[in-house]
Design a protein. Structure first.
Length: 185
């Protein structure tokens, strides 16, 4: 029987060679995700940005620096202890919001990642992740809350990019991470 590590490696290779939607035509690198597969926490963002597309790694730009700071300064873990990925695995042109058909194409990859890794809590970063996995349409009404379904426990908060653009969201995301830390104790 194949180990989880081998299954994840095989899945990530499938993602890197995916041609199921037009986004593959403009990518430098698909970004499957990275981190610990033996983790209590998985973080899910929207889609790779320019830096992520260049490197093939998730959350490596300014949003990634903020996410890493939040993880390492507000939670009882470090970035290497968690798994980080996004709903969409290829960068949309000009960082536009992913289209529904792109989301529908990529979601099975995300679901397989979560089912293999089995984190205790899946942290949804921003509106695309929240609406894709749970159907809620406004982050402001659900941030800082947990939602359980038959497979996973979710925690919802703002995307780090929102916190970089608007200072009020930085305070809110910090408070949300403090609440998440309490849950992890």
């Amino acid at each position: 029987m194949m180990s989880v590590k081998k299954k994840i490696a095989k899945l990530h290779e499938t993602i890197r060679s995916c041609t199921k939607c037009p986004l593959h035509k403009g990518r430098k690198n698909a970004v499957p995700g990275e981190g610990s597969i033996d983790t209590r926490l998985a973080f899910i963002g929207e889609a790779p940005g320019k830096r992520e597309d260049e490197t093939g790694r998730p959350f490596v730009g300014r949003s990634g620096k903020l996410l890493t700071d939040l993880i390492e300064n507000r939670l009882p873990c470090s970035r290497k202890d968690v798994f980080i990925t996004s709903v969409i695995k290829c960068r949309p042109p000009n960082n536009r919001t992913p289209k529904n058909e792109e989301i529908e194409t990529c979601v099975p990859y995300l679901e397989e990642q979560l089912n293999l890794i089995k984190p205790d809590i899946v942290v949804l970063l921003g509106g695309v992740a929240i609406s894709t996995l749970l159907g809620y349409t406004t982050v402001s009404s659900v941030h800082g809350t947990f939602c359980d379904d038959t497979n996973h426990r979710y925690f919802m908060t703002y995307h780090p990019a929102a916190a970089l653009r608007f200072s009020k969201y930085k305070r809110l995301i910090e408070e949300d991470f403090d609440q998440l830390a309490t849950e992890l104790m």
